[in-house]
Structures are given as structure tokens and as C-alpha cells.
Design a protein around this ligand. Structure first.
Ligand code: PGA
Length: 256
């Protein structure tokens, strides 16, 4: 982390978990434990159907709400899609884009990621853009090349003045939901690489202000070590965000 230049952001990704009836008790617990967090921004990214309730339950506290996906279209005849403007109007602040589960199970391409990032920024949402390699790609030694391509394509339509409202999450696919975490050094190295690519595209001043998270089996026991790396500015947390007490312990580690 480097709080002098950029925000630390701890985001929970509920994925397709939790029920609407569980939102209020969860939010009440998290609010009591972490609602006054000062040194980092806390976000919960919930399924669409729970967003209105979550926003209501977290009103007047410092915890923000995010979505897990967004359409690349502005409005119109796109049955089943949800637009960035609809999310923004509801009070959503963040949106996860290009999560590896969307890339692998729902065929999301880098081109779709680029279009969604453009739509999100256009509506005033902060995209959390996920990039990461599979185990096979890591073993082939192409991690950095692949990440460079993902980052460059995602940013290809983002003007410099919007870069302050972009977050990256480095999520090695082999570490997601597996209990296997990248070591702090491995994760830190790729996050530094992401910053170097941003620097090559936008210059040093913009690059040092971009928040880069790590995601992939982050938990209360490994969070402090991962966050001690200079280029890891937060976490995108799946499994461990489903329990508000566990999630609050990670927030606590980021607040140190
Ligand atoms: P995990 O998921 O923390 O359960 O590994 C992280 C993510 O997919 O964002």
C-alpha cells in the first residue's frame, strides 16, 4: 500500500451467494464492525437483486456498494441486461468488470471488457477491472505478456483524466476460490508490472495514483502480508467476504 499517492480499497465480491433476506443482518454486522473505517474504502459487490436493499442498509455509513457486472449498452432492447446508468441512478458506486469467471464461463472477451469499462466510466461508475493468468499460462511463462495485453485492451478507450476513477484487480485464476494464494512477492511483482504498463501509457503521475488490488483466496491471515507490498493497494475478496466478521478482520488489516 502507499496511502500517500492512492486509495486503499477493500472490496467484497459475493458472487452468486447470499439471499435478499440475509442482506440486512450482514450489513448491520459489517456496519458495526467497519462502518467508520478511515484509512481505506470498503465496498460490497452484490448480485443485482440485492443492490437496492444493500444500499438502503448501508446508508449513512462509509461502506460503498458495487455491482458484479454491467451491460456495455446504454439503453434499449437488450433483455436481461442492466445498464451503467441504471446502476448509477440506484446509488451504486463501483462495478467489477472482466472477472475471470465471466471471461471463462460467459465468454467475455477483452473487447467486451473494453466496452463495459467505457460504459461504466461514462455513467460515473468506478470500474474494478480484473486481469489475471491461468495456471497453464503461468507455467508457460507468459503471465506478464498476457497481463500487459489485458490491461492495454481494457484501457484503450480511457482518456487520462478518467484514470483516477479506474481500479485494477490482479486475480491469478489459479488462486480464485482454491485456497491457494499467490505469495506476497508473486502478487506484488505482477501488481508492479500493471503499474508499469499504466505508466507507459499515461505517465508516472497518473500511474502512481491508480489503486491496484490483489484477489484470490485473500483472507484475514494473509491480508496484512499481501497489503505490505508497495504496489498492492487493497483486495478483491470472494469467499472470505461472505462472513462479515472475517471480512471486517481484513478491513482491519488494511487500516493499519
Ligand atoms: P476468492 O475470490 O477470494 O474466493 O478466491 C476472489 C474473487 O474471485 O474475486
Amino acid at each position: 500500500m502507499n496511502r500517500k499517492y492512492r486509495k486503499t480499497v477493500i472490496a467484497g465480491n459475493w458472487k452468486m451467494n447470499m439471499l435478499p433476506s440475509e442482506v440486512k443482518p450482514y450489513a448491520d454486522t459489517l456496519r458495526a464492525l467497519a462502518g467508520k473505517t478511515k484509512h481505506c474504502e470498503v465496498v460490497i459487490c452484490a448480485p443485482f437483486v440485492m443492490l437496492p436493499q444493500l444500499i438502503k442498509a448501508l446508508r449513512d455509513c462509509r461502506i460503498a456498494v458495487g455491482a458484479q457486472n454491467v451491460s456495455d449498452k446504454d439503453s434499449g432492447a437488450y433483455t436481461g441486461e442492466v445498464s451503467a446508468n441504471q446502476l448509477r441512478d440506484l446509488g451504486v458506486k463501483y462495478v467489477i468488470i472482466g472477472h475471470s469467471e465471466r471471461r471463462s464461463y460467459f465468454g467475455e472477451t477483452d473487447e467486451m471488457v473494453r466496452a463495459k469499462v467505457t460504459a461504466a466510466i461514462g455513467a460515473g461508475l468506478i470500474p474494478i477491472i480484473c486481469v489475471g493468468e491461468t495456471l497453464e499460462q503461468r507455467e508457460m511463462g507468459v503471465t506478464k505478456d498476457l497481463i500487459s495485453m489485458q490491461v492495454k485492451l481494457a484501457l484503450s478507450a480511457v482518456p487520462p483524466e478518467k484514470m483516477r476513477r479506474v481500479i485494477f484487480a490482479y486475480e491469478p485464476v489459479w488462486a480464485i476460490g482454491t485456497g491457494k494464494t499467490a505469495s506476497a512477492e508473486e502478487a506484488g511483482e505482477v501488481c508492479s508490472h500493471i503499474r508499469a504498463i499504466i505508466r507507459s501509457l499515461y505517465g508516472a503521475r497518473i500511474a502512481r495514483a491508480v489503486t491496484i488490488q490483489y484477489g484470490g483466496s485473500m483472507n484475514k491471515d494473509n491480508a496484512a502480508q499481501l497489503l505490505s507490498m508497495p504496489d498492492i493497494d487493497g483486495g478483491l475478496i470472494g469467499g472470505a467476504s461472505l462472513d462479515p466478521e472475517h471480512f471486517a478482520a481484513i478491513i482491519e488489516a488494511a487500516n493499519q
